[in-house]
Design a protein. Structure first.
Length: 556
């Protein structure tokens, strides 16, 4: 089965690519490539500065096909439209542009390039933005709240004044820019009579949804900040929002590569959660409901509200579009409507792009919170929020780099993909032959960790449990399996809990428990290991105190 859509340029956007802009970006990309070659992980603000403009793949030649295959699995972010695989970081830049075009065409609507004229002012209390395009003009503004100390300061653009905890943002040394997204793309309007500054320029009947229109507004604020000379605000910029504003923040971060830190909160359907998964997650807002509630999504998405399998992209690829920049996704597992499990699916899928780029520490996902109030200020998020601001906006410290899923809303990426994750280099590619460590939900490892358990001297296998994450109500473990002197075609591991621990969820293994005894077997693709090879084979979430029990491994 295939989904069809007319190819060709989308309305209201010139496909002319600006060569000067690309040339500037190419120079920046060379600098980043050198940095990547020297460092296995990218997490400093300096290493992230790779886009001197809104989109660093603007010169890529992208031709959108008239149809594409339908699939219930998440599309492969590393397979190009022509069917070839991405093998280098340079190729990824244009693959990202393909994803962008497909997402605009089917989900969000088109985001025009910067208009003919963008001017404005930045003061300690206000930003004004004036735009003109094709003889039409519009204006909007945002308020500014500065932290203590001397500037210039990095800024976090907060959708509707309703996003990550502003007190934590200010105390971390970043300014808060309160942006009224309705001034650019208003809610409560019909699809053929959209209102706001964006639609003043591009027409009230534009097929672009208001999430993309609002993201365009964020880009214009950044334009003005860049023009201001840095006396009040510097050019390190973050964006955040909660609920419907979380949807907007997610889209803004994906479609402007000057945004250093993206922080969507409880964004729900139309935001971070994977659309294919939303359709199967009971209690989450249906795609048709999100499409009809407000003109958030582009008009073309109407064709996919009951057929997300027909989409050529999904939101894990929007997560991947943010890479290698900072991303901190925060979700609420206690409100079914918000689809937190589907958010975890998208985060795990998108984390594979971060891994491929060697920037796995730059993405964090956190849904393991106790307070179920929608858009509450949560103590569990305070420290990773501070770490993210320090790393990505101020260029100091290390990012949180954590995937912390609530046990009731954990996800298993292996159920959603049939593709593998390459390691994207400057030269010859290295690609895994089986789904690698991402199935453990830990985005921090692109190569197997150093093993403390040596391979057995004879045939057979050994295994060990590694505690990789802990929280108040439970913990996460990974199980590493090592083949002995001969290759093995499968494995079974067993252990006995010492103190009342219990597995509440697991992935990539067939697990049975009887009292304190645990038995787990491979699921096919992760069963075969070469002589001496170690695989981070499977993972689980458990209750009780964390422990690394003695594990017995039997080879098949």
């Amino acid at each position: 089965m295939a989904s069809s859509i007319a190819p060709g340029p989308a309305p209201g956007r010139s496909r002319h690519r600006r060569r000067l802009r690309f040339a500037l970006v190419a120079l920046a990309s060379v600098a980043v490539a050198a940095a990547l070659a020297l460092a296995p992980r990218i997490h400093s603000a300096e290493a992230q500065v790779q886009a001197s403009s809104e989109w660093d793949g603007a010169d890529c030649d992208v031709t959108v096909p008239g149809s594409w295959a339908s699939s219930s699995l998440l599309p492969d972010p590393f397979t190009k439209i022509d069917g070839s695989r991405v093998t280098t970081r340079e190729q990824w830049e244009c693959r990202r542009s393909e994803i962008k075009e497909l997402a605009e065409r089917t989900i969000y609507g088109d985001k025009p390039e910067a208009p003919d004229s963008v001017t404005g002012t930045v003061t300690s209390s206000r930003i004004t933005v004036n735009v003109s395009e094709g003889g039409r003009s519009a204006s909007f503004s945002a308020t500014v709240q500065l932290p203590g100390g001397s500037g210039p300061f990095p800024a976090v653009i907060v959708y509707g004044g309703f996003g990550a905890d502003t007190n934590t943002i200010l105390s971390s040394g970043a300014a808060v820019v309160n942006f009224d997204p309705g001034s650019v793309g208003a809610e409560g309007t019909s699809r053929n009579n959209k209102q706001g500054a964006f639609y003043t320029l591009y027409g009230a009947s534009s097929s672009t949804g208001i999430l993309m229109a609002q993201a365009w507004g964020v880009s214009r604020i950044i334009d003005v900040i860049e023009q201001s000379g840095g006396s009040v605000l510097n050019t390190s910029t973050g964006v955040t929002g909660c609920s419907r504003y979380g949807k907007g923040a997610f889209v803004a971060g994906a479609f402007d590569q000057r945004i250093d830190l993206t922080m969507p909160i409880e964004s729900g359907t139309g935001g971070a959660p994977a659309m294919r998964s939303i359709a199967q997650e009971g209690g989450s807002q249906p795609l048709s409901s999100a499409y009809g509630e407000q003109p958030w999504l582009g008009d073309a998405f109407n064709a996919y509200t009951s057929n997300p399998n027909g989409l050529p992209v999904d939101t894990h690829e929007m997560v991947g579009m943010v890479a290698p920049r900072g991303l901190f996704i925060m979700e609420n597992p206690h409100v079914e409507w918000l689809g937190a499990r589907s958010g975890a699916v998208a985060a795990l899928g998108g984390a594979e792009v971060y891994k491929a780029l060697g920037a796995e520490d730059n993405i964090s996902y956190h849904s393991n919170v106790s307070d179920g109030t929608h858009c509450a200020t949560r103590s569990e998020w305070r420290t990773p929020l501070q770490q993210s601001i320090s790393t990505f906006l101020k260029g100091s410290g290390n990012p949180p780099g954590v995937i912390n899923m609530h046990s009731s809303k954990s996800a298993n990426l292996s159920q959603w993909r049939n593709w593998t994750t390459p390691t994207l280099g400057q030269g010859d590619p290295e690609e895994t032959t089986t789904p690698p460590d991402e199935e453990t939900t830990d985005p921090k490892e692109t190569t197997p960790p150093e093993e403390t358990t040596p391979p057995p001297s004879g045939d057979g296998c050994t295994a060990r449990v590694e505690v990789v994450n802990e929280w108040g109500s439970g913990w996460q473990g990974n199980v590493h399996v090592t083949a002995g002197g001969s290759a093995i075609g499968g494995w079974t591991v067993t252990w006995t809990w010492p103190g009342g621990q219990r597995i509440s969820s697991s992935w990539n293994a067939s697990v049975t428990s009887s009292g304190a005894s645990v038995t787990a077997g491979d699921v096919g693709w992760n069963g075969s290991l070469n002589s001496g090879q170690t695989r981070n084979a499977w993972g689980f979430v458990a209750s009780g105190s964390s422990v690394e029990p003695t594990v017995t491994c039997t080879a098949a």
